[in-house]
Design a protein around this ligand. Structure first.
Ligand SMILES: [Zn+2]
Length: 393
């Protein structure tokens, strides 16, 4: 099932709406429009509850506020993407989802000077929007707040101002996956190796998360506890992702691929395929007749019902989407290609000739042996390895 809807393209970047976004949209409209109790921050109303107007007018303002708010979140994402692109990073997409926006981009810069600018661009744009909204509000408040519509606009500007300042502040928390965590890592990476900088920044992120969580428990703030968990997991994932890419970096695919490839024939039954798996210990095979037709892995073969094992053929279940890599390609890039195309196996082609295959298992083995050589803790059985995450909000 598709969890994202494509809504358009801005600056050549495809923009998606995640389903979770569609779920929270009505919730935000309600929270901004006319909830029972007025919410105030620094004395400013954050809802249209007290506006002297019909309920439908309050909801119209609430809907406008919701749409504009997400537009400002989108601008924050666009700022990251814009700076990243100016450094030559390819932006695949921007997705709006429950936690805000996510920019999906190719490998992030390993250049501290570029990374901190890219991370800082988002909060800076939120800060600019926040300050501009508040200044505009103070400027026009005495002129238009006599009318009901004018008062609504003043509330709208105050709300945008405050929430964008909060967005800027929240994202500058020095914890992954917040932008502040990336700024901190970039700062540390200018003084020490990238992996060490990531470990240190991830540790700071976890301390922050624990502090936030404890504070959330004592103040019964469920939302804060949720964010604390999000930050804790994010910090650990970032650390793991960097560990994986650093371990695979500089290792050519040919070093971890399985050569002397066993192949499956498209007319083979699934029963025969299982026997081949048992005999060879491999969980996936290229499907070859006179040419390479596809790949078949254990994931597809286990879906065949037991009574049909002798009837269904490999050609019926194989994946025709073959992702091939060059034997000299960097393994970290190959892992990325595997994730992006959501296949269980890569085929290694040398000038068109099949020379090997690479599966998840081979990546894990390579990472573990790299870690063992460095006498660090085993990264172990956490499966599957993760590529570097995209940067959220
Ligand atoms: Zn951001």
């Amino acid at each position: 099932m598709a969890t994202e809807i494509r809504i358009g393209r801005i600056l050549g970047i495809p923009v998606y709406l995640h389903l979770t976004f569609l779920i929270i949209l009505p919730l935000f409209v309600y929270l901004f429009s006319a909830p029972q109790t007025q919410v105030r921050i620094f004395g400013m109303p954050m809802t249209f509850t007290d506006l002297d107007a019909d309920l439908w007018v309050k909801y119209a303002f609430g809907t406008a506020a919701t749409l504009i708010f997400f537009l400002t979140i989108f601008t924050h994402e666009l700022a990251h993407s814009y700076v990243a692109r100016s450094y030559g990073v390819k932006i695949r997409s921007i997705t709006l989802m429950i936690f805000g926006g996510v920019s999906s981009m190719e490998d992030l810069p390993r250049n501290p000077g570029q990374e901190w600018r890219m991370a800082f661009a988002g909060p800076l744009s939120s800060l600019a929007i926040g300050v501009t909204s508040l200044l505009t509000m103070y400027a026009i408040d005495p002129i238009i707040s006599e009318s009901m519509i004018g008062e609504g606009i003043v509330i709208l500007l105050g709300l945008m101002g405050i929430y964008n300042l909060l967005l800027a502040g929240f994202n500058m928390i020095p914890a992954f996956p917040m932008d502040g965590g990336r700024v901190l890592r970039a700062y540390l990476a200018s003084k020490m190796p990238y992996m060490e900088a990531t470990k240190k920044a991830a540790r700071v992120g976890r301390y922050f998360a624990i502090g936030m969580g404890i504070f959330g428990i004592f103040t019964f703030n469920f939302f804060l506890i949720l964010i604390a968990m999000f930050v804790y997991i994010g910090a650990s994932e970032e650390e793991q992702a960097v560990t994986v890419t650093e371990s695979l970096h500089g290792v050519p695919v040919k070093q971890l691929m399985i050569g002397a490839v066993q192949v499956a024939h498209p007319d083979m039954t699934v029963q025969q395929l299982h026997e081949l798996m048992l005999a060879t210990g491999h969980m996936g095979f290229p499907v070859v007749d006179s040419a390479l037709l596809g790949i078949v892995t254990h994931a597809e073969s286990v879906k065949v019902p037991r009574e049909s094992l002798g009837i269904v053929r490999v050609r019926d279940i194989m994946t025709r989407n073959v992702v091939s890599v060059d034997p000299d390609m960097d393994s970290s890039k190959a892992l990325r290609a595997m994730y992006d195309s959501k296949v269980g196996m890569l085929v290694v082609l040398d000038h068109g000739a099949l020379v090997g295959i690479v599966t998840h298992k081979d990546f894990i083995r390579a990472v573990n042996s790299a870690l063992a050589q460095r006498h660090v803790m085993r990264w172990g059985e956490q499966f599957p390895p993760q590529p570097p995450p995209s940067s959220p909000v």
